[in-house]
Structure formats: structure tokens, C-alpha cells
Ligand binder design. Structure first.
Ligand code: MSS
Length: 366
């Protein structure tokens, strides 16, 4: 069990034993704590804030929270109570930080050294963005992006572009996007972006703007530094700029969660290996496991309910493991025929690591 700091106040309701607290704004789920039911319990879900979250008072009366909608025929603001009259949809989806798996990059990118636990699978409920568009007379002409602005206060005297959490996604992201007020059936707590969050299923964590106070359809991407320079796939050693691809859609990825606990020796004989597999932008279709470091692969089974293309699925495979050391790996293929690669895509800040080799684990069987 690696060293962990105390949970910060806004997240003190988390299950401390299940979390690795890197800092007050970066809290990861332990690899042993995902469970095998497919949905991540809220008290074990990771937290990542780029800046200090707003005061807890904003979730006291969630229905009163207001969001301004711009870049439409009839711009206006809505309370959450009003949004609740416009439509209802739920989506089970992987919420995963762009930097999940960063600690496996050999060049030691700056940023939180996440292993596998800056991810979870949760159910968001809210109103489809398409219904909000309908209620506002449709998108204004010439818009190319959906831009969400976080509700954090900008400290006086600072250039807002350097601090604000404002993210733009291409219009294709709208299809399944929500303005959500519930997570796993509960009002979204402050830690996860209540009272209202912009949800773009299939896109990395940062594109799911918490405490969203403005939803705008825009010609250009946000001028905020978090859009222009951060979350860009720039080469190692090169600072991100708008010329580099923005971190948006997630690729297929899987990893094994059990057997993993270094404190729990595995007994020789039958062992049930299990983990999670996500397809990214299409359904996880096939999952394979290797018990010899990726030399041979065998098909594992998805277990439990299929919660749709944006969710992850738990997989399991029972094998016979003799005494000795074994390297266990998994690799998923999605419905578009895209297979999780052996190698990561190198990039300066260590985003989107889906290398099966980096996520491989070594178990000692006695
Ligand atoms: N939003 C806001 N408003 N703010 C902040 O800071 N962050 C991001 C998202 N959103 C933020 C937001 C990130 S970055 C992430 S991951 C996510 O969120 C997380 O979530 P949770 O709930 O888990 O905490 Mo990376 O890509």
C-alpha cells in the first residue's frame, strides 16, 4: 500500500483505504479497489481538479444553479430545475483522466503520476444537449465547437485564460452529450462537478466540465490555456500549441485488476483473472488475456451487464497457474476493429496511455 495523504475536505466522504491521495486535487482509485460489478462506487471514484473547486454552498440548492446557453438562435440562461423539464437521458460511461497511465511513460512527464486509477465507470443522468439546442432555437450559423465553462471563481487580477477550465469539443461530441445533474443515481456531489456537469461520452475526463456555468456553441476553440496549450499531443520536449492534436476521444484500453495485490500471494492452481475493458468510441467487442508477457493470447469472457458502448466491461478468465512468476496482460478490440496497442503514443505530457505492455502486471505464484 503506497503512501497516501489525507483526503481533502470536499472529498472526505471517499473510502480512504480505496484511494491514493496524490494531492488535494488529485485522488486515484487503487488498482485493487475497482470491484468487479462494472460500475465504480462513488466513494471510490477518482477526483481530479485543475484548480481549487468552488465552495460547497453551490450544491446546497442544485435546482437553482444557472447555466447560460450561447451561440444559439435564442441565447438564454436555464436553472437546473428548468433543464429538468426539457428531457431526460442516462449514459453509463468511462470517466478517465487524459493523463491516466502517465507514470508508465519513460520520460517522466510532469503532472500527476497516475497508474490505472484515474478512471471509473459511472452513470450520468441529465438532459441531452440536443434537447437544450431545440429549446433555444438551434445552433447559430457557422459554429464548430461546443464549449463548456467551469464555475470556478477566477481570482481578481489574474488573466482568466490562464486559470479558467473551459473546454471545446468538436460538434460530433454533441450527439450523446448531456448536461447532467445525477451520477450513479445521486445528485452530483461537488467533487464530481455538481450541481451541473457537461458530459461528453467517449471523451477524456477534462472534456467533461464540472459545475458548468456556460454552454456555448462557438466558431473557435476556447482561448483558455487549458484548451490552447494543455491537453495537446505534442512531441516529447515540445510545449503544446493549437497545431498539436487536442486530447478528445478515448482509444480502446483494458487492464487487469486481479490478481494484483502485492500483499496477497497467489496460490498455485486455478486463478480467476479479471479486469476492465473499454472500447473508447465503440463497444468493447473482444478481450484477450496473456499469462506469458504477451507471447500467447487467449480469449476471456465479458461478465455482467452490457451497459453500452461508452461503459467499460468487466472481463474474467480462469486459468491454471503453476508456481513461479507470471506476466499477465490484457488487450481489447472494439467494434470498429481497433485493438489496444502494445506501445503507447509518446507525447510530452503523458496523455492517453493505452499500451497493454505498460499495464501488464507480474504476479508471484507460490
Ligand atoms: N471541470 C472543472 N470545472 N474544473 C476542473 O478542474 N478537471 C477535469 C474535468 N472537469 C476539471 C473539470 C479533469 S482533467 C478531469 S480528469 C475530470 O474533470 C475529473 O473528473 P472527476 O469527477 O473524476 O474528478 Mo484529466 O483529463
Amino acid at each position: 500500500v503506497s503512501a497516501s495523504k489525507p483526503l481533502p475536505g470536499y472529498a472526505e466522504w471517499k473510502d480512504a483505504d480505496s484511494m491514493i491521495v496524490h494531492s488535494a486535487n488529485t485522488i486515484e482509485t487503487r488498482r485493487t479497489a475497482f470491484g468487479s460489478g462494472g460500475i465504480t462506487p462513488l466513494d471510490r471514484l477518482f477526483v481530479r481538479n485543475n484548480v481549487t473547486p468552488p465552495a460547497a454552498a453551490i450544491v446546497k440548492d442544485p435546482d437553482a444553479w444557472q447555466v447560460q446557453v450561447d451561440g444559439v438562435a435564442k441565447p438564454r440562461s436555464f436553472t437546473v430545475a428548468e433543464l429538468k423539464t426539457l428531457g431526460l437521458q442516462s449514459v453509463a460511461m468511462v470517466l478517465q483522466c487524459s493523463g491516466n497511465g502517465r507514470s508508465y511513460f519513460p520520460h517522466k512527464p510532469s503532472g500527476t503520476q497516475w497508474t490505472v486509477g484515474a478512471a471509473g465507470c459511472v452513470v450520468f443522468t441529465g438532459v441531452p444537449v440536443k434537447a437544450v439546442l431545440e429549446a433555444t432555437g438551434g445552433m447559430a450559423d457557422g459554429m464548430e465547437y461546443m464549449t463548456g465553462t467551469g464555475g470556478e471563481e477566477i481570482p481578481a487580477g489574474l488573466d482568466p485564460n490562464t486559470v479558467m477550465v473551459e473546454r471545446s469539443v468538436p460538434l460530433s461530441g454533441i450527439e450523446d452529450a448531456l448536461l447532467a445533474w445525477e451520477i450513479n443515481g445521486e445528485p452530483i456531489p461537488l467533487a464530481h462537478g455538481g450541481p451541473l456537469r457537461m458530459i461528453v461520452p467517449g471523451y477524456t475526463g477534462v472534456n467533461n466540465v464540472k459545475y458548468v456555468k456556460k454552454l456555448a456553441f462557438t466558431k473557435d476553440q476556447s482561448p483558455a490555456s487549458i484548451q490552447q496549450n494543455s491537453y495537446r499531443m505534442s512531441p516529447v520536449g515540445v510545449k503544446g500549441t493549437p497545431e498539436h492534436d487536442s486530447v478528445w476521444e478515448m482509444p480502446p484500453k483494458s487492464w487487469i485488476n486481479n490478481p494484483y495485490d502485492p500483499a496477497q500471494p497467489v496460490k498455485a492452481g486455478k486463478v480467476t483473472i479479471n479486469g476492465v475493458a473499454m472500447g473508447g468510441m465503440s463497444e468493447a467487442e473482444k478481450i484477450e488475456v496473456s499469462v506469458n508477457g504477451g507471447k500467447d493470447w487467449q480469449k476471456a469472457e465479458f461478465i455482467g451487464p452490457d451497459l453500452g458502448k461508452y461503459a467499460w466491461r468487466v472481463f474474467a478468465l480462469t486459468v491454471d497457474l503453476p508456481a513461479g512468476e507470471h506476466q499477465l496482460a490484457s488487450r481489447v478490440t472494439n467494434d470498429d476493429g481497433e485493438t489496444q496497442p502494445e506501445e503507447r503514443v509518446e507525447n510530452n505530457r503523458g496523455y492517453i496511455n493505452n499500451s497493454w505492455r505498460d499495464h501488464m502486471i507480474t504476479v508471484k505464484v507460490a
